[in-house]
Design a protein around this ligand. Structure first.
Ligand code: FAD
Length: 378
């Protein structure tokens, strides 16, 4: 049986970052991915992902984000490619909304530069926007987007260059841990390692059935629309946004890399799914959800639909992440349940996972990502 210092099961957003970090630290590491490496089914597809510092979800994320920005810049240097684009970020909603209050709390607790803007200010400054008068915005200049598919490729290439071994088309089926060793069974063979890192995204409940209570996959849809005024939606003129509207929370991007203004809505049509059987076709009902947001808040982007794509969230009950040891094994580390906002953190999550696997602890505060916070839930 071939032996490694560590095995990473699930070579997607988090797994590719962990592989690179293990290899960079000189560890013998094996990555196992059920599909191709990379593939069009992982949760990083759709070209781009938002990164923002004024974190409405909780101010505790801000130090992790600061580190993530630094590590993304370091990865750009390693890859010789721009992966992070700074556009500025608009958090928009009514003054009392979770988005505005959360964003302001993060800005104030961490002394982040920001500007509070009225809807009229935003619409004048960024003419692609048409916010209604009962909304306001927090503009934070460090917001932007990551080229998510390229980021995964950059982590993979850097991992391979540093000596990682990666097996595509090989699915983890089972593992067993005792005496400081984890024995892993796949559909192609058996391996052993000092540690196993599980980064299986929305497929996690398929690997760990008892986690079904904590992690639920949800179908999401992205849409790219042809702007009627393309000049309003260019990088440099259109900041990324995170908007709390009466219809739900929309997010979106300037036109970049592929044609069209890109928009999505958190919890799209509230469709919980099994990752193995998610419907990847797009329907008029999906288009209608996103068209409504474009028509109301970005009417100058309300041209024909260019493309749509299905992807999945992996939601926890409180929508905060799970980064923890497996309850049954000290040397099995789980990172999952990134609840639709994890990509921007991959670079720092990779570092945390390798800290946990190699030294048993990390300097980052991850106590609040532990699974036992759900212990009292049924
Ligand atoms: C539509 C959409 C928009 C989003 N927007 C943003 C955003 O703007 N900003 C942001 O920060 N985040 C965003 N996210 C969230 C972010 O993309 C995810 O949190 C992140 O990609 C999750 O990474 P992961 O590594 O957990 O999963 P993945 O990247 O999906 O990786 C999991 C991998 O594990 C593999 N796998 C599963 N089971 C097995 C097995 N048994 N054996 C081997 N391999 C296995 C899978 O094939 C897959 O490749 C968005 C997500 C979606 C769907």
């Amino acid at each position: 049986m071939k032996s490694y210092d560590a095995i990473v099961a699930g070579v997607g957003s988090m797994g590719s970052a962990a592989l690179y970090e293990f290899a960079r630290r000189g560890r013998r590491v094996l990555g196992l991915e059920q599909f191709d490496v990379p593939n069009a089914l992982g949760t990083y597809v759709g070209v781009t992902r938002i990164i923002r510092l004024a974190y409405s979800e909780h101010p505790k994320y801000v130090p992790l984000l600061a580190r993530a920005y630094d590590l993304w810049r370091a990865l750009e240097t390693a890859a010789g490619e721009q992966l992070l684009f700074i556009t500025g970020g608009v958090d928009a909603g009514p003054e009392s909304s979770w988005t505005i209050q959360g964003s302001l709390r993060s800005c104030n607790e961490h002394a982040l530069p920001h500007t509070v803007m009225s809807a009229a200010d935003v619409n004048r400054e960024f003419p692609g926007y048409r916010l209604p008068p009962d909304m306001m915005a927090v503009y934070q200049p460090d917001g932007g987007f990551l080229m998510s598919e390229r980021c995964v490729v950059a982590h993979l290439n850097a991992a391979l260059l540093s000596g990682a071994e990666i097996h595509g088309r090989e699915r983890l089926i089972d593992w067993d841990a005792s005496g400081g060793t984890v024995r892993v069974t796949t559909d192609r063979g058996r391996y052993e390692a000092g540690a196993l890192v599980l980064t299986a995204g929305p497929w996690t409940p398929g690997v760990e059935p008892e986690f079904r209570r904590y992690i639920v996959a949800e179908r999401q849809v992205l849409l790219w629309a042809q702007p009627r005024r393309p000049e309003y939606f260019e990088v440099g003129r259109f900041p990324i946004f995170n908007m709390e509207a009466p219809e739900g929370r929309y997010y979106g991007f300037p036109v970049h890399h592929v044609p069209g203004f890109k928009i999505g809505k958190y919890h799209h049509r509230h469709e919980s799914v099994a990752a193995e059987s998610v419907d990847r076709d797009c329907y008029p009902e999906d288009e209608a959800v996103l068209r409504e947001g474009i028509r109301r808040y970005f009417p100058e982007a309300d041209g024909p639909t260019l493309a749509m794509k299905v992807c999945m969230f992996a939601n926890t009950p409180d929508e905060h992440f799970i980064i923890d040891r497996h309850p049954d094994a000290e040397n099995v580390i789980v990172a999952a349940g990134f609840s639709g906002h994890g990509f921007k953190f991959c670079s720092v999550v990779g570092e945390i996972l390798v800290d946990l696997a190699t030294q048993g602890s990390t300097r980052w505060d991850i106590e609040w990502f532990r699974m036992n916070r759900f212990a009292t839930r049924k």
